[in-house]
Design a protein around this ligand. Structure first.
Ligand code: A3P
Length: 294
């Protein structure tokens, strides 16, 4: 039942069912208090969404539980026409509100920039990111068929995946961080010390959190808690759309899972390509953590 086809929109491959909405997305009027969460797919979007939601609610996690995370995502509307579009849903939620996007910097609605909205970008090292993306495309019937791991790796390295080349995405946002209020976060840092990173998010959003509230958010947004939480584990989406029997949405949630997927040859080829594409950039990633930090 795979219906998705990637079509370039201003050079960026997007699922064909997004294209008819892109004009309207570009005209979206953000409120100046809205918080944009931007990521390359599978970099920790859902995790960051839940953290921001909790922080905006001042650590009152009961309020976060009332808003299933996927209702903030427009990706189902093409298959469920009775479902309101992501834009329609956003219009109903009072600001300040977190808004998620996977768009590269050059495609986000300009109102976010004109209004100097706060933006949180979350990036994840390319190797773990591609592994997570592979398993996501295996289980998400709205995505193109990934093929084998080897085939998907080739697609990833040529940017023939949804939202295009990882390297351009992470660099594009990195280069803009001095020009706009962008907090650039790393999945690996969040794994290493979630409390420290949640504090950074709160400070960026101008929210003072006490030690107790911080502890509550750390617990509520841990991998295990989010895996059990129907508001964050996407279990409310039918299995013929997100086939969690093939691969769960909350899959591993660690740094370094790439090691069980890459062959030595794939790793070498990946790194050569990586050096070529990232040369001259000050953007650096960690691909492993100390065992206790994972
Ligand atoms: P894996 O597939 O490596 O397990 P996104 O939300 O951008 O789609 O990213 C999904 C990835 O983030 C998945 O990675 C998922 O397990 C991981 N993830 C989600 N919540 C997490 C959490 N609280 N802690 C660590 N990883 C999390």
């Amino acid at each position: 039942i795979r219906k998705s086809q990637l079509i370039p929109f201003r050079g960026v491959p997007l699922p064909h069912y997004f294209l008819e909405n892109m004009e309207k997305v570009g005209e979206f009027e953000a409120d100046k208090t809205d918080v944009l969460i931007a990521t390359y797919p599978k970099a920790g979007t859902t995790w960051m969404q839940e953290i921001v939601d909790c922080v905006l609610h001042g650590g009152d996690v009961r309020q976060c539980e009332q808003s299933p995370i996927h209702y903030r995502s427009p990706f189902l509307e093409a298959f469920f026409p009775e479902m309101p579009s992501g834009l329609e849903l956003l219009a109903e939620i009072p600001s300040p509100k977190p808004i998620k996007t996977h768009l590269p910097f050059q495609l986000i609605p300009t109102s976010f920039l004109q209004k100097q909205c706060k933006i949180i970008y979350c990036a994840r090292n390319a190797k773990d990111n591609v592994v997570s993306f592979f398993h996501f495309d295996r289980m998400n019937m709205l995505q193109p068929d990934p093929g084998t791991w080897e085939e998907f790796l080739q697609k990833f390295l040529t940017g023939n995946v949804t939202y295009g080349l990882w390297h351009d995405h992470v660099k594009g946002w990195w280069e803009q961080r001095g020009n706009f209020p962008i907090l650039y976060m790393f999945y690996e840092d969040m794994k290493e010390d979630p409390r420290r990173e949640i504090k950074r998010v709160a400070e960026f959003l101008g929210k003072e959190l006490g030690s107790k509230e911080l502890d509550t958010i750390v617990a509520h947004t841990s991998f295990n808690a989010m895996k059990l939480n129907p508001m964050t584990n996407y279990s409310t989406i039918p299995l013929d759309v997100l086939d969690q029997r093939t691969s769960p949405f909350m899959r591993k949630g660690i740094v370094g899972n790439w090691k069980t997927h890459f062959t030595v040859a794939q790793n070498q080829m990946f790194e050569e390509d990586y050096c070529r594409r990232m040369v001259g950039s000050t953007l650096h990633f960690r691909t492993e953590l100390k065992p206790g930090d994972n």
